[in-house]
Design a binder for this molecule. Structure first.
Ligand code: AMP
Ligand code: ZN
Length: 133
């Protein structure tokens, strides 16, 4: 637990999040500024700054959860694929390890960036689709 870390605050419930999965080790919630509908972050509940700090058992667990979530979300979101992403160093904005799961949609593949953002659903609506189905 790191006092000034926003993702630690999400784990503690001090900052709200749109949870899609939780267990003893990790938490998954929707990204607040999604790149695609259903853009999800999986984080370890314990504070590890980045991929170098993260114990390999926790990394393995996070990838196991990612694979399960990818299966679960497929039917609910009707996505056709996924991009998994881990940022590090100057590319990593939030210094609490997280794995991005970005659903991809074949019909939006060639839509230009601005148009793509306009086509995104409200994140709360996406959360309801995931939780409700
Ligand atoms: P990065 O550290 O560059 O891999 O990206 C951090 C990600 O965290 C970005 O995609 C942000 O939109 C996302 N993010 C930042 N704050 C929150 C929050 N309070 N809830 C959900 N996602 C967040
Ligand atoms: Zn943290």
């Amino acid at each position: 637990m790191k006092e000034d870390c926003i993702f630690c605050k999400i784990v503690n419930g001090k900052i709200p999040s749109m949870k899609v999965y939780e267990d003893d080790v990790c938490l998954a919630y929707l990204d607040i500024n999604p790149d695609s509908d259903g853009h999800t972050l999986i984080i370890p509940k314990k504070h590890y700054t980045d991929i170098y700090e993260l114990p390999k058992e926790v990394l393995q667990h996070i990838f196991d959860v990612a694979k399960t979530l990818m299966n679960d979300l497929k039917g609910k979101l009707n996505c056709t694929g996924y991009t998994l992403m881990i940022n590090y160093g100057s590319s990593q904005e939030v210094k609490h390890f997280h794995l991005h799961i970005k659903p991809q949609y074949e019909d939006k593949k060639f839509v230009e960036f601005i148009k793509h953002k306009e086509l995104l659903k409200d994140t709360k609506e996406v959360h309801e689709i995931i939780k409700g189905a």
